[in-house]
Design a protein around this ligand. Structure first.
Ligand code: GLC
Ligand code: GLC
Length: 811
């Protein structure tokens, strides 16, 4: 069942009922100021950091689910309604919500009145703009009351949700004309406030939630609106809110619009006040002057659309499969930007209070983002490298505001260091900018301890080389990519963190997955070294990689698939000798991507085992059989009910590893089948089962052991976005940046056949057309570049940026 449709011309998903299976959200904002917005206008906004700089309040885990948002109420006679339906939930005569690239629009009508609510965050400014437009379609003149309503968060969202004994006494606001200023804590150390303005004269306002909403009523039936008035309340403590009240007389056929600005303003400390206790309003005045007219609003919205159009033109395909085109050209790349910006901080499942930027998460997010804005990827790489420890190990997370490692979680996740090589390698392949290797990066943010980025990569590689266990496989530490495989934890006490309990260095537990990573990224590291002129060192790295390959094929091969790990007692995990958790997806994906056993048959056998034991109609499960009881020696993975999360759900993140592996082995049909199964765009028709947005990947889909097999959870902030884009763009469609140029080596299912692609790469534009006349899956039979035959599928980079015409025949 569908709850909307894709509008590809406008790059929008159009939701046609407010009652979607879960709130379906969008992200507004590209750089510093962000708004999460649901299809019923729920959500919140923040500046840079969802925990420390939150402008508006949101209540997670509530009933109804999506409580709190930036709401607009229309009172038209006895009808009180919202263009986004919530919170009043008056049945509407019509409703649609268009989630577009960086903007959301509601178009609704009730009783002869059409309302449009357009919301976006303009480029380069720290504010959210909303335009509410109303058109009287009836034959009577209407007397309309329009109200806005936001509830301010007292900045630190965690404190805001817990420290009530203090917070109920500190809230402060100012009101001047049509502008409301939220200035809690500004009297002391803060130098920022929130501004909420409307570009029209108002007839009243409220800033006290208790006055506006009432103590025994709420946003669904606000006391002020029910009474058709405003109380002009000034909040003193309790809950400061912002509500404007406008009165509009609208003759038949007439149109009315007004623009609301909700923004973040900052003053230099010396200019905080314009008079004792009065905030300096200059930055707010500036914002207001930028967006006060419809023209300014339209220009800013147009600029945002152009920005996205331009970004997405870095990789754009035309094929015979419209679902593939919309996934590749629009939604997957869009989500890659979101995960790059948010890491795992703020979604409808991540509260914005917890983890900062994950080390491994951010490194992987970059893989799907680097082609969009390489300069920002470069900055991010340096931020990440700056937190690495001198011995090559890394913090597991760092805070976006301070850019320092997060002590609370600490270190000891032994896959983390190698992901740094992964993202630097991706950056170099995309840009050819080897100067990044010379950048001096700190260790543990210590300005007195620096080394080149290349040295940081050496440390990453060496960290694994020097931390091997009894089978010559890498020690796992607290966990590897699978955060819930905690082989050194042994937790018996409820509430203990599985990730940071127990000795992280663990006696002997080893990871075959990290071994696969070491081989894959060791080879890429050797390539980087060769390009940097360090051939001898490259050869040394390759020798170590070779040894690791041997160790994997020796102790890490189980006969039909790769073993997952060895536990702290030296017993295998993910082996035929296990009663549960006999086969895992991760080592099959990582080892085959690394090329282990490619020529000797193990790679092929591993993928066939995955297909046989782990595949379902909704994607490939993490392992099988699921764990049915808690196992001290395995940790969190066995704490989940079977079929959910790391205990044998379809953990989407690893599915593209298998699809990539299939493509590497030349199985285009199977690669595409795996790619398609977890792709939300292809799941639109079963939205009642899948439940999460049909335009965003989710982290997990309930596995076959679960009661709700096929149900998606935790949409948006997942490494699945980046890996799926790598999979489809570089391996299935096969347009793959390499250090020396652009490789074009598709591995296509017969159902895709021929396609064309425009790829912007290192300043040039490649117009690529791939013709698959023979329905073969892989194998380039001829290539021409600008009309001339070319002997290799690696297209060299031209000396000066130009437009390059590439034609490829497959078969
Ligand atoms: C979550 C984490 C990620 C981890 C994965 C598997 O997505 O953010 O770091 O690799 O779970 O446990
Ligand atoms: C929990 C989650 C897991 C995530 C980890 C991050 O264990 O289940 O998916 O990776 O937390 O800390």
């Amino acid at each position: 069942m569908r709850f909307g449709y894709f509008d590809d011309i406008n790059s929008e998903y159009v939701i046609t009922t407010p009652e979607t299976p879960l709130p379906w959200i969008n992200y507004l904002g590209t750089q510093d100021f962000f708004r999460l917005i649901s299809n019923t206008s729920g959500g919140y906004c923040f500046y840079k950091d969802a925990k420390l700089m939150r402008l508006t309040r949101y209540r997670y885990n509530n009933s109804p689910m999506d409580c709190g948002g930036h709401y607009f109420y229309i009172k038209d006679g006895s009808n009180i309604w919202n263009p986004g339906w919530q919170p009043v939930k008056t049945p509407l005569d019509s409703y649609i919500c268009r989630h577009g690239l960086g903007y959301t629009v509601f178009e609704s009508s009730k009783n002869g009145l059409d309302a449009v609510q357009e919301v976006f965050v303009p480029l380069h400014e720290n504010c959210e703009l909303t335009r509410v437009t109303m058109m009287n379609k009836s034959s009577e003149t209407k007397e309309i009351d329009l109200y806005s309503y936001v509830e301010f968060c007292l900045w630190d969202a965690q404190d805001d949700a817990s420290n009530f004994q203090r917070n109920f006494s500190i809230g402060e606001v100012e009101v001047e004309g049509s502008t409301i200023y939220h200035k809690t804590e500004y009297r002391e150390r803060r130098n920022h406030y929130a501004v909420f303005h409307v570009n029209k004269e108002i007839c009243g306002f409220d800033t006290s939630r208790d006055e506006f909403a009432g103590i025994y009523s709420g946003a669904d039936s606000p006391r002020a609106i029910m009474a058709g008035t405003s109380y002009n309340s000034i909040a003193h403590g309790w809950a400061p809110v912002g509500s404007h009240h406008l009165k509009i007389t609208l003759a038949p056929g007439k149109l009315y619009s007004c623009i609301f600005i909700l923004g973040y303003c900052e003053n230099p400390y010396e200019h905080k006040f314009s008079a004792p206790g009065v905030i300096n309003k200059e930055p707010a005045d500036r914002l207001i002057s930028l967006f006060g007219t419809d023209d300014q609003f339209d220009v800013a919205l147009h600029a945002l659309r152009t920005y996205w159009k331009d970004l997405l033109s870095s990789y754009r395909i035309t094929s015979a499969n419209e679902k593939l085109d919309r996934a590749v050209n629009i939604w997957n790349q869009y989500q890659c930007m979101v995960t790059f910006n948010m890491s795992r901080s703020a979604s409808y499942f991540e509260s914005g209070l917890g983890r900062g930027m994950g080390f491994r998460d951010s490194c992987q997010d970059l893989l799907g983002f680097v082609h969009l804005i390489p300069e920002r990827a470069r900055e991010r790489i340096i931020d990440i490298a700056n937190t690495q420890f001198p011995d090559g190990s890394t913090y597991h997370q760092y805070q976006p505001l301070t850019k320092r490692g997060n002590m609370a979680v600490g270190s000891g996740f032994n896959d983390d260091p190698l992901w740094l090589i992964a993202c630097v390698s991706a950056y170099l392949k995309e840009t050819g900018d080897f100067s990044i290797l010379d950048e001096q990066c700190t260790f543990d943010s210590n300005e007195d301890d620096k080394a080149s980025l290349l040295d940081h990569l050496r440390k990453s590689f060496d960290y694994t080389t020097t931390n091997l266990g009894p089978h010559s496989l890498p020690l796992i530490g607290r966990a590897d990519w699978n955060d819930c495989l905690n082989l050194n934890c042994f937790s018996k006490h409820p509430g203990e963190s599985f990730q940071i309990t127990g000795p992280s260095e663990g006696p002997v537990a080893e990871s075959v997955f990290i071994a696969g990573m070491y081989v894959k990224y060791g080879k890429e590291f050797a390539d980087i070294l060769t390009h940097a002129g360090c051939e001898t060192e490259a050869a040394d790295v390759l020798a170590k990689v070779e040894k690791m390959c041997d160790a994997v094929l020796d102790a890490g091969w189980d006969g039909e698939w790769f073993v997952r790990a060895y536990d702290a007692f030296g017993a295998p995990v993910g082996s035929k000798v296990c009663d549960e958790g006999r086969i895992y997806i991760e080592p099959q994906g990582m080892c085959v991507m690394a090329g282990i056993g490619k020529d000797t048959g193990e790679a092929e056998a591993a993928l066939r085992s995955v297909e046989k034991h782990l595949d379902t109609e909704y994607g490939i499960m993490l392992h099988q059989p699921a764990y049915t009881r808690y196992r001290l020696e395995l940790g969190e993975i066995s704490s989940y009910p079977p079929g959910y999360k790391e205990n044998a759900s379809i953990f989407c993140h690893c599915n593209p590893w298998i699809a990539i592996s299939e493509a590497i082995l030349g199985h285009g049909d199977r690669a595409f089948e795996v790619y398609r199964k977890t792709n939300p765009v292809f799941l639109e028709d079963i939205s009642e089962i899948h439940r999460t947005e049909p335009y965003a990947y989710c982290q997990t889909i309930a596995g076959k052991d679960a009661a709700t097999h096929g149900e998606g959870k935790n949409s948006w902030l997942t490494g699945t976005a980046a890996w799926s884009f790598v999979c489809i763009s570089q391996y299935i469609l096969g347009i793959r940046p390499e250090l020396d140029g652009l490789r074009i080596d598709p591995c296509l299912p017969p159902e895709i056949g021929s396609f064309s692609c425009v790829r912007r790469f290192r300043g040039s534009t490649y117009n690529i057309s791939v013709v698959n006349g023979k329905d073969t899956e892989k194998g380039v039979s001829s290539i021409t570049v600008n009309g001339a035959p070319c002997g290799s599928s690696l297209i060299p980079v031209p000396e000066t940026p130009s437009v390059i015409d590439v034609r490829i025949n497959i078969g």
